[in-house]
Design a protein around this ligand. Sequence first.
Ligand SMILES: [Zn+2]
Ligand SMILES: [Zn+2]
Length: 346
Amino acid sequence: MRTTTGWQATGPTALRRTSLERRDLRPDDIAVRVDYCGVCHSDLHALHAYDQHTKAPLVPGHEFTGVVTGIGREVTTRSVGDRVAVGNIVDSCGVCAMCEAGQENFCHAFPTLTYGGTDRQDGSTTLGGYSREYVVRDAFAYPLPAGLDPAAAAPLMCAGVTVWEPLRHLGVGPGSRVAVAGLGGLGHLAVRMAVALGATTTVVSRTRDKRDDARKLGAHDLIDSADTQHMAAARDTFDVVIDTVSAPHDLAPYLKLVAMDGTLSLLGYLGPVTVEATDLLIGRKKLSSAGSGGRPATAEMLRFCADNGVAADVEVLPSAQVDTALDRLRRNDVRYRFVLDMSDLD
Ligand SMILES: [Zn+2]
Ligand SMILES: [Zn+2]
């Protein structure tokens, strides 16, 4: 076993610095020195659900960047010193129809999650990127292209790819009309990516004070979702509506924004929803969702972001301030993603 240091949950709100064990490198593994790890809403949910008496250890973190420090004997395409990025999936069955299609995120045998997952070979619980070292199958680490800042790129690996896959698969490009509802970790990256793909992009937000932010991100317009007249005037005008609102909410106002044959992609809230069928019927509208990304799309997304200067707006904190980051994320007090600098774990 290899020993590293990380932040382990001691309860629903607190983490403590502790030493962790990583597996010895398998032939197709690499060891990664974690430099930057994003703080995702999923981390809050995992901590909230954590019961220290019954559960295996919890080390959150599933969007990180770093540098290769060791390679297994069968790894040929990578060298020590290469920059890499790792997201929220670190393995899959490799043989089901989803894996064959390059959609490992939908693996029928369930993808191995970066933390809180079960290792496919030894059955151990995976420990996440709030740590100084991670050992991962080479196939699930991605080259971090030159030109991408490693801190600002970390959130691309969860928030980024989650909005990238639907934008791509819904055919967003020049001439597309895209609306992004909710301007947080997911939403701000959806705006940047949609704009970079050539779409006319509009932010839909409850608060008018996001107008300047929306403009800075490159959005062409902002609709105040509380303004019923403005919402009514925008009816049937968007080919794609990316809904990143994380709280339970009524989909009807967003479905009304969708143009004929267009799609509402629900990404932020994954609980039960109620839909009036006529809101789909009128205009042949589609309701869809997505989450995370397969290996081909993840690699493509990183190249696209490097080529187009797309990255997250981040507030970087030393990892020792992880509790502060989580507290402030809980209160939505971040524009738009916290990233932990892991160098203080040395
Ligand atoms: Zn995440
Ligand atoms: Zn599979």
